[in-house]
Design a protein around this ligand. Sequence first.
Ligand code: IPE
Ligand code: IPE
Ligand code: MG
Length: 243
Amino acid sequence: MTQNKMPQHVAIIMDGNGRWAQKKGKIRTFGHKAGVESVRAAVRFARQNNIKSLTLFAFSSENWKRPAEEVGVLMDLFNFVLNSEAKKLNKNDVRLKIIGDTSRFDPKLVTKIQKAEQLTENNTALILNIAANYGGRWDIVNAAKQLVKSNLQAGKTIDEIDEQDFHQFVSLADQPELDLLIRTGGEHRISNFLMWQCAYAELYFTDTLWPDFDEQAFQLAVDDFAERQRRFGLTGEQVGEQG
Ligand code: IPE
Ligand code: IPE
Ligand code: MG
């Protein structure tokens, strides 16, 4: 397998925790807790396979509409994981970044996030992006707002704005382009995840529920990716005979 067949940036919609728990006769939040081990496995896999960026969808801007008790458990879990994992990530040369609108979180949680980001900011082996209170449409609107502000300062006209100008204000712009988007849990949709960044990502859907997604399952996704021919609008002949 040639090096360029390995994705540099992988994003995962970690879906299926609730159904995993219900299948076992447990309450939904049991599945969220079990899902933490899959997060650890995914980080290990990414780290060992030289993936440069791993972006995990942990909580969407729409997930606030779930029952308050479930939202509470998810927030507690986020807190707990930040406490228990930040030092370990740092030891493993992993840089942690939170993407999303964190202004809606408890100020104590925001401080914890900032501390963990600062602690790991010089690490280079892997960037672990956690999408929390993230929405793809929020990301695009947020970029538009920043672009308008910066253009007002730079004195550019609206007609001079191009994709590159816009791109620099979207989440993850400083990282490799998204190569592979995985969704566990059997649904075939984006659910307002990385809409701008998905433009040319390869999509991989698996019925495996998130708490069952282990390193082997991640390997299957990466193997599938390696078989794809990415054409970026060109013809198969133009990009060669791969895939
Ligand atoms: C994904 O699992 C985790 C979050 C959205 C926080 P779900 O909780 O959506 O699990 P299902 O899809 O209901 O099984
Ligand atoms: C997407 O899963 C969000 C996360 C995995 C955090 P959802 O379970 O919220 O998506 P829908 O509601 O099935 O589209
Ligand atoms: Mg779901």
